[in-house]
Design a protein. Structure first.
Length: 648
């Protein structure tokens, strides 16, 4: 028994007393297994009513989260507060389960016991969000509740009659319009389930296969470790969707390797941060926001994943081009231990570990729902794990997988619960639609002005919130303003999604860049600015969605192909201009001309526009880029030939 407890012990329990650490770790593991069983049962059989499923899920997750943050708390009173709130967190889910019929019969009107339970729910929510995510969301929830309560004091169109505790409890706790609304439904049906799949794949070694495949494909090229970092982090992101998790997973291997072949600590950290953030925009997980987007827009998840594919690949291509150019500019070495031999060995010996990911794509193509496809892929992962002794997953390993999944998803669940409360107040008061109209009024019906305002608002909101919470609030507050101007819903939502998550690499938050800097030893802010230079596509591509909707698979096949070609040419041209090197150093004038030519290629008009000015701009841009590329390559080849040692 002691050996099992030692294996499932939480990492953060090292500095606690033996008894406390053992008890909390064991309780957390029990809750993790219970959450996993609930999610898998609900996903595969779908027999649990939405309100009951979501409330039970949140009660179990919040109880586990309070145990975790309590164990990690430094102050004794904070630990006691968190531990004391654990049974309070468990009450709402089981209360709604037992009283569901009665709640429906009385029209979800709150009774006095409901009011006390609602106060407990809010206390748990605020404490958990504060301990797990900081003050930003706590303040936002507090402002929302205050607005709902004291709205009668606000004059003009933004005021309202005010809502008492009974009305707030009915909306936020006894219905699917608040804490247990759509965001929580996505968390229980998709986020936890796909995080479980990703954790299981990491446990059986699929992440290491990604790294070795990337090294096999790119390692022998100049600066290959940088390319390997970009490719492996992007591939790993397809199964976990977390920029910071990618950095700490692959960065511990790729950053030292990059430094060994000549990358500076700042550049090595920036490459890893920019590459790791690719996972947030690459399907199938996309930081869990893809599932939220599908539910909000009302389209199949497969359509969102397909729409996100081309922009995500465009980002990865531009990043790898930038890394290769940096390697050439710095004259870096190659990874002599990598190459096709490593690729062949990896595919032959461990290629079967990719079967669950291949199966996921196959199941989705066959028409399975994402939830059922994920469950089947989890089963497939368990079936292939015994094929090798090193990848075998036993009962205790399964408990560890459940535990790690709960640790990883707890902050996201806390964030969507808080976002659900805010959204509930916005819908109750009608403030969401009014703020959307305010943006349109400020922009003066000018689409580009409104897009810039939207980008700024999304960026600012994204700095203080997790990706999922930021996207949810933006989808309610800002997306309607864009759709009112005639943009397709998927374009509007992808626009705010991109700008809501770019804060992973942009100061002053830049969590992915800061995590990479802690590994590389480089300056954190310099690493963040360098990551922005390498990952500038995230700032540019959202505007291209408006003029090139073909990037999101909207339009006819010729329009989609043309959008992809023009966007690729423009993005690669800008990448070369920012790098300042193409087979030889580029002067300031050359870089400015290349940047201008690239912008002409992605001229801000519809991709199908046939007016002479647009056509001339794009032809001229392509011609200038082609000319510069030819001159740089030929002069670079001549320089290399002149410097090549002569054989007498």
């Amino acid at each position: 028994m002691h050996a099992i407890i030692d294996r499932i012990r939480l990492d953060r329990a090292a500095d606690r007393g033996e008894g406390e650490a053992a008890i909390v770790s064991l309780l957390f593991a029990v809750l993790a297994v219970a959450v996993t069983a609930l999610v898998i049962y609900g996903a595969y059989f779908g027999l649990i009513t939405a309100l009951i499923l979501r409330s039970l899920f949140y009660s179990l997750v919040s109880a586990g989260g309070l145990l975790l943050v309590g164990l990690n708390a430094r102050a004794g009173w904070t630990r006691l507060l968190c531990y004391g709130l654990v049974p309070v967190a468990l009450v709402p889910g089981f209360h709604l389960w037992q009283s569901y019929v009665d709640i429906i019969m009385r029209g979800a009107m709150a009774t006095p016991p409901d009011l006390w339970i609602f106060v407990g729910v809010m206390a748990v929510l605020l404490v958990l969000v504060r301990m797990a995510l900081g003050w930003a969301l706590v303040i936002l929830v507090g402002v929302a509740i205050a607005y709902a309560w004291f709205g009668y004091l606000i004059p003009g169109q933004y005021g309202h009659g005010g809502y008492d505790l009974r009305r707030l409890a009915s909306t936020l706790m006894l219905s699917t319009e608040g804490i247990y609304g759509l965001p929580m439904g996505v968390a229980v049906e998709y986020i936890f389930l796909f995080a479980l799949l990703g954790t299981l794949l990491m446990k059986i070694g699929t992440g290491e296969v990604f790294v070795d495949i990337a090294r096999g494909l790119t390692g022998r090229m100049q600066g290959g470790p940088g390319l390997s970092a970009a490719l492996s982090s992007a591939m790993l992101g397809t199964i976990n969707g977390s920029a910071v998790a990618n950095v700490v997973t692959t960065g511990t291997f790729t950053i030292p390797l990059m430094k060994r072949v000549g990358y500076s600590p700042i550049l090595a950290g920036a490459i890893e941060a920019a590459a790791s953030s690719a996972g947030q925009i690459l399907p199938p997980v996309m930081g869990a926001a893809a599932f939220l987007m599908a539910e909000i827009i009302g389209v199949p998840y497969s359509q969102i994943a397909l729409a996100a594919l081309v922009p995500g690949l465009l980002y990865v291509v531009a990043l790898m081009v930038a890394v290769r150019l940096e390697a050439g500019r710095l004259g870096l070495e190659r990874d002599t231990d990598a190459g096709l031999a490593l690729l062949r060995e990896t595919l032959v010996k461990r290629g079967y570990l990719l079967l669950p990911l291949v199966g996921l794509i196959a199941f989705l193509i066959m028409g399975y729902t994402p939830t059922r496809a994920a469950v089947l892929c989890i089963v497939l992962g368990l079936l292939i794990s015994p094929w090798n002794r090193l990848t075998r997953v036993g009962p205790v390993d399964l408990v560890i997988v459940c535990r790690d999944t709960l640790v990883a998803t707890m902050p996201i669940v806390a964030a969507v619960a808080a976002a659900g409360a805010v959204i509930g107040v916005l819908n109750l008061s009608g403030l969401g639609l009014m703020l959307s109209g305010l943006i349109v009024d400020l922009g003066g019906q000018n689409i580009w002005a409104i897009l810039v305002l939207t980008a700024l608002a999304s960026f600012v909101l994204g700095m203080g919130l997790p990706t999922s919470a930021a996207y949810l609030l933006l989808a309610v507050l800002i997306a309607p303003a864009l759709t009112r101007l005639g943009l397709p819903p998927i374009v509007a939502h992808m626009f705010i999604f991109y700008y809501g998550l770019v804060s992973a690499i942009t100061p002053p938050v830049a969590l992915a860049a800061y995590a990479a800097a802690s590994i590389s030893g480089g300056d954190a802010n310099k690493t963040a600015f360098e990551a922005v230079r390498l990952g500038f596509v995230k700032l540019l591509v959202p505007f291209l969605f408006v003029t090139m909707p073909g990037l999101l698979m909207i339009g006819s096949p010729p329009e989609i192909v043309l959008s992809g070609i023009l966007a690729t040419i423009g993005v690669v041209g800008l990448t070369i201009a920012f790098a300042g090197w193409l087979a030889r150093p580029l002067g300031s004038g050359e870089r400015l001309m290349m940047a201008a030519a690239a912008l002409l290629v992605i001229w801000p008009t519809a991709v199908t526009a046939t007016d002479p000015v647009t056509l001339l701009a794009r032809v001229l841009g392509c011609a200038v880029l082609g000319l510069f590329a030819w001159r740089a390559m030929t002069s670079g080849g001549a320089v290399a030939a002149a410097n090549r040692p002569r054989v007498s």
